[in-house]
Design a protein around this ligand. Structure first.
Ligand code: BG6
Ligand code: MG
Length: 216
């Protein structure tokens, strides 16, 4: 029996990948690197600094900047990204999310957010669903990012359950890999890209029957 739900944020609760893309694309262009939508797929689930490193690798510029300069580049991207997030409203919740969260609450199933994003509390607040989550893992406390299972294990323990008693929801391959490495049941949320290793793949959360999921 499963006793709790652990959600990724970007791509599962709301679609922010397009805003990450706009902000990274502009930043990359400023330093002479061109990224496209296909490359952007690789950045899903990956931390801000790791995303910057991947962009610099693409442009053969890993050694072109000091750590301080890299921090400044990441901060510049984030400032732009946060500007783009200002327009978020509850209408930007992905289809089925609110219904699913309400049903979980009605069944007393605790819910956690396991997102690499340091903007998660701000985004949840804009979407009006902050109260629907019992805990939000602070990614600043993690030693390793996804695909390491650390964030998912931490989320389950914060809910007072074992990882094996949790269901994880992810749209990115790095996230699915992390959920499975944590020993959890993995729901893949399809966003146009192939996902490997998920126990089930859905297009929206309401395609799932909560009772059947809890019985896994
Ligand atoms: C993840 C996104 O949820 O958060 C990544 O999928 C992003 O694309 C990461 O890089 C970190 O986000 P932020 O908001 O802290 O820059
Ligand atoms: Mg995601």
């Amino acid at each position: 029996m499963k006793k709790g739900f652990v959600f990724d944020l970007d791509g599962v609760i709301t679609d922010t990948a397009k805003y990450h893309y706009i902000a990274w694309k502009e930043l990359a262009a400023e330093i002479g690197i061109e990224i496209d939508l296909k490359f952007n797929e690789q950045l899903k689930g990956i931390s801000r600094m790791d995303s910057l490193e991947r962009i610099l690798t693409l442009g053969n510029k890993n050694d072109a900047y000091t750590e301080v300069e890299k921090e400044a580049l990441a901060t510049k991207k984030n400032t732009h990204y946060v500007q783009l997030l200002q327009s978020l409203t509850p209408d930007d919740l992905l289809p089925g999310v609110k219904t699913f969260l309400d049903e979980a609450k009605a069944k007393n199933i605790p819910c956690a957010i396991a997102s690499a994003s340091k903007n998660a509390p701000f985004i949840l607040d804009k979407l009006g669903v902050m109260q629907d989550f019992d805990t939000i893992v602070d990614p600043a406390t993690l030693k390793k990012g996804k695909p390491d299972p650390e964030i998912f294990i931490q989320a389950a323990l914060a809910l007072g359950i074992e990882p094996a008693e949790a269901v994880g929801f992810e749209d990115a391959q790095a996230g699915i890999d992390g959920i499975k490495a944590a020993g959890m049941y993995a729901v893949g949320v399809y966003s146009g890209e192939e996902l490997h290793g998920a126990d089930v793949i859905v297009e929206k959360l309401t395609d799932l029957n909560i009772d059947e999921l809890l019985a896994k």
